[in-house]
Design a protein around this ligand. Structure first.
Ligand SMILES: Cc1cc2nc3c(=O)[nH]c(=O)nc-3n(C[C@H](O)[C@H](O)[C@H](O)COP(=O)(O)O)c2cc1C
Length: 181
């Protein structure tokens, strides 16, 4: 039986890059959500799902969560990629938690992998969303610390993807954490 599989959704390539790095380290396959449709989840012990944060929501997460409810014997682990600096732990935890119910939080291990922003590869819809977001922030009379971080972060394309960011997730497997989940 195959042990793990990495399933991902990636709009501008960041999550795909992390998915491939994780698959290489864990010596398993990385497939996008379209390819995943042709696979049988019951063939795996653990599904590692990755998606980018889009306005606080991990892309494609609802779909995989719903699917995996039908396979209770298969573990699910989730990683989210985002532009938020990895040092902003509280902000990240809050956003991550909002993607899961209390029950799910007990069962599903989650990891945050800092990525970046790629305006060149972004769809027009996302570019417009970002533009609206920037002008909303700019209009704030009394911006919070989080708003200021956000403003600096989203002005241009940037890439903070680093292979070493997957270490915690890979260690989790190597230490057998997925078997205890
Ligand atoms: C419209 C839009 C909304 C975003 N919202 C967030 C967010 O709420 N938090 C965050 O950390 N990053 C946010 N980002 C940055 C993406 O999460 C980041 O670029 C991610 O790695 C994209 O992954 P992908 O290219 O694999 O889809 C946003 C990007 C776009 C274009």
């Amino acid at each position: 039986m195959n042990k793990q599989v990495v399933v991902y959704t990636s709009e501008t390539g960041f999550t795909q890059r992390y998915a491939q790095w994780i698959a290489e380290e864990l010596k398993c396959e990385a497939v996008n959500q379209k390819e995943w449709r042709h696979k049988n989840p019951a063939d795996y012990q653990t599904v590692i799902y990755g998606g980018g944060f889009y306005a606080g929501q991990i892309k494609g997460l609802k779909k995989i969560k719903n699917q995996m409810k039908q396979y209770p014997a298969v573990g699910l682990l989730v990683f989210g990629t985002g532009a938020t600096p990895k040092e902003e732990k509280e902000m990240i935890q809050k956003t991550m938690d909002a993607n899961f119910t209390e029950e799910e939080r007990k069962k599903i291990p989650t990891f945050y992998l800092q990525s970046g922003l790629n305006y060149e590869k972004m769809s027009l819809t996302y570019k417009l969303m970002m533009k609206a977001f920037v002008s909303m922030l700019a209009k704030k009379a009394d911006p919070s610390q989080e708003d200021k971080i956000m403003m600096r972060m989203i002005a241009h394309s940037f890439d903070f993807c680093q292979k070493e960011n997957i270490r915690e997730l890979v260690n989790y497997f190597e230490n057998g954490g997925h078997k205890r989940a």
